[in-house]
Design a protein around this ligand. Structure first.
Ligand code: ZN
Length: 612
């Protein structure tokens, strides 16, 4: 390990690591195609490869889903982690020590993670001591092998008040850091003691395998143990947030990508047994309802969800809310039907084949709802018809995909013999997927930003193409500059900066040479230079166009942005005018007149452009 002063760690890492090697660790099928490398995209389903890596520029891009960036973006995306964590992960691979980063950015976080890792080791070693014999027996009796115990780092917390606390203090951690890790409890009189006592310990890890908390199951050896809570969990800490965590996701993620679906169980033991039996695309929700954060976490890996726990469709249960949430956020939810009254762990202990068969015959959640609701249904009974409709319509209303929604409406119509149009009318009473309120703190903000992102994505694509064409066919740059009179006509700021620089460069040199332009940028504007590299890679097909086609396309795109800009201007003016109408003073009237004349001027301009 060594540090080179003066150069940013991220730059050092980029210099030392080859993006192709790193990506190949995750995408083994990456193949050379001359200058670049190609593979099936790991971020979306596809049959022909559109995922491209450029070793020369050290960047990647997928033409299918539009994702792309540098080595850090790739690791962040595929591991589902933040920049700081990607930095740490890649620094390790590059053999670079992140001295300054550790201290400043997340030293507290790191110290807590260290405390938790020590605690994990302590619990794990304790499990193999004489005092923990009953705990180990409990696991072995449940057919958990020693290999699995080691893999999941299962452990035992002694039936003592200060065992872990004194162990950690002996490791020179501060009392505050130990307390902040959530491993201790303070009672009302200020006494501090171990949170987990006489419990079989399940370490809970984040997506990249760091311990962030624990679940502890009581070891029942006497009748008084039955009065204890069966499970105790780490409370919310700086590193542990229950609503953003899914048990064993770190161990399941590769397999989830490979199999293209995830199985969610309710308990740690279900998940552990399943992994032991070789079915590894399995995680546990730890008994709580899904949150939007957890669903988004899963969505990074797959959209296909299979739930392997009891679902009570009549009740307003946590599980049902989870399913509603999954359906209305566009996930494809199925149900794994287990033999009556059995959980996955029991099935696997009886015979792993039962579990495999149940997973393979999973049914869409809607089919499951229909089946359970229509059990013993009598079409002649009007009350029953109403009951079935009342139960299924609210669920149908939340289906995200309109075609699927229509499909199930028809199905319901056939089953209960009521016209589709009547059902549609009834459906309007219920909230649809778009307006369905997520149990999330800031749902309106989230929804808005999603819509914005979709619009931004389209604008970005058009801007990418416009600039890629202009950079590849620089003879069109004078046209671009005369058409786009003001940088403000470029709707996104990063492209606006690029445009301004192209303009300055052209006006100064009176010609445009791409290599010269890039050489010029590389010192003062490395970010924009990188953007150009990415742009050229993203739109590599742009340079294969004929000069004539390129010219036509540039004209069309420039027109599009002009129209977009003027329309937006008109809207703004309209708004200002409405505001002004409320005021009556003379000065305001003059302003109003000015706004009006500007309004008509822009309207005329827009008219001309649109008639061209
Ligand atoms: Zn893709």
């Amino acid at each position: 390990m060594n540090t080179i002063s003066g150069i940013k760690p991220s730059e050092q890492i980029k210099e030392r690591l080859n993006i192709v090697d790193i990506i190949r660790e995750y995408v083994p099928s990456l193949k050379s195609t001359g200058a670049n490398f190609k593979a099936l995209c790991p971020f979306h389903n596809e049959k022909t490869p559109s995922f491209i890596v450029s070793p020369e520029k050290q960047i990647w891009h997928c033409f299918g889903c539009g994702k792309g960036g540098d080595i850090f973006n790739f690791v962040m995306e595929i591991e589902g982690i933040e920049f700081v964590d990607a930095l740490r992960l890649l620094a390790d691979k590059a053999g670079i020590k992140l001295a300054t980063y550790d201290k400043k950015l997340d030293s507290k976080r790191n110290r807590i993670l260290e405390v938790l890792e020590e605690a994990q080791d302590y619990f794990h070693k304790s499990l193999f001591t004489f005092k923990a014999k009953q705990a180990l027996d409990y696991l072995l009796k449940r057919k958990i092998s020693k290999k699995t115990i080691a893999e999941f780092k299962l452990g035992y917390a002694f039936d003592e008040w200060h065992s872990l606390e004194s162990f950690l203090k002996g490791k020179d951690f501060s009392a505050q850091d130990i307390f902040d890790s959530g491993l201790l409890v303070k009672d009302s009189s200020g006494r501090i003691y171990d949170r987990f006592r006489k419990r079989v310990m399940f370490p809970i890890t984040n997506v990249h395998g760091q311990v962030i908390g624990f679940g502890g199951r009581i070891l029942e050896t006497s009748s008084s143990d039955k009065e204890q809570a069966k499970y105790v969990n780490t409370p919310q800490t700086l590193v542990y947030d229950k609503s953003r965590t899914l048990y064993a996701l770190d161990k399941a993620k590769q397999e989830i990508r490979k199999k293209r679906f995830i199985v969610v169980t309710e308990g740690y033991m279900d998940t552990i047994s399943s992994h032991q039996a070789g079915i590894k695309n399995v995680i546990a929700s730890s008994g709580t309802a899904f949150t939007l954060d957890q669903i988004n976490l899963i969505k990074r890996y797959t959209k296909n969800l299979a739930l392997a726990f009891d679902i009570d469709i009549a009740g307003d249960t946590a599980t049902k809310r989870s399913i509603d949430l999954a359906l209305s956020s566009g996930m494809n939810a199925k149900v794994v039907l287990l033999p009556k009254g059995k959980d996955p762990d029991e099935c696997i202990r009886t015979d792993p084949k039962i579990w495999v068969k149940a997973i393979n015959s999973k049914v869409p959640v809607m089919e499951y709802y229909f089946k359970t609701t229509l059990k013993d249904f009598d079409a002649a009974n009007i009350e029953q018809k109403k009951r079935v409709a009342a139960r299924l319509l609210p669920i149908i209303s939340r289906i995200f995909d309109p075609i699927e929604k229509e499909h199930y409406l028809k199905k319901l119509s056939e089953e209960i013999q009521v016209e589709v149009s009547t059902l549609k009318e009834a459906l309007e009473k219920y909230p649809s997927a778009r307006t369905y309120s997520y149990p999330s703190r800031d749902r309106s903000r989230k929804r808005l930003s999603e819509e914005e992102t979709e619009q931004n994505r389209r604008i970005k694509q058009a801007l990418d193409l416009l600039f890629a064409l202009c950079l590849n066919f620089p003879e069109n740059i004078p046209f671009l500059i005369s058409e786009i009179e003001s940088p403000n006509m470029i709707p996104l700021s990063s492209y606006r900066n690029l445009y301004t620089l192209i303009r300055l460069f052209y006006n100064k040199k009176e010609k445009f040479d791409l290599p010269e332009f890039q050489a010029c940028l590389s010192k003062k504007f490395p970010k924009i230079n990188q953007k150009i590299d990415l742009l050229l890679l993203k739109t590599s097909q742009a340079k294969n166009k004929s000069e004539d086609d390129a010219k036509k396309e540039i004209q069309a795109l420039a027109k599009r942005f002009k129209v977009f800009y003027y329309k937006k201007k008109l809207k703004e003016l309209e708004f200002s005018l409405k505001e002004k109408e409320k005021e009556v003073s003379r000065a305001k009237k003059a302003e109003t007149r000015q706004l009006l004349s500007e309004f008509s001027k822009i309207s005329k301009k827009l008219d001309v452009i649109l008639r061209e």
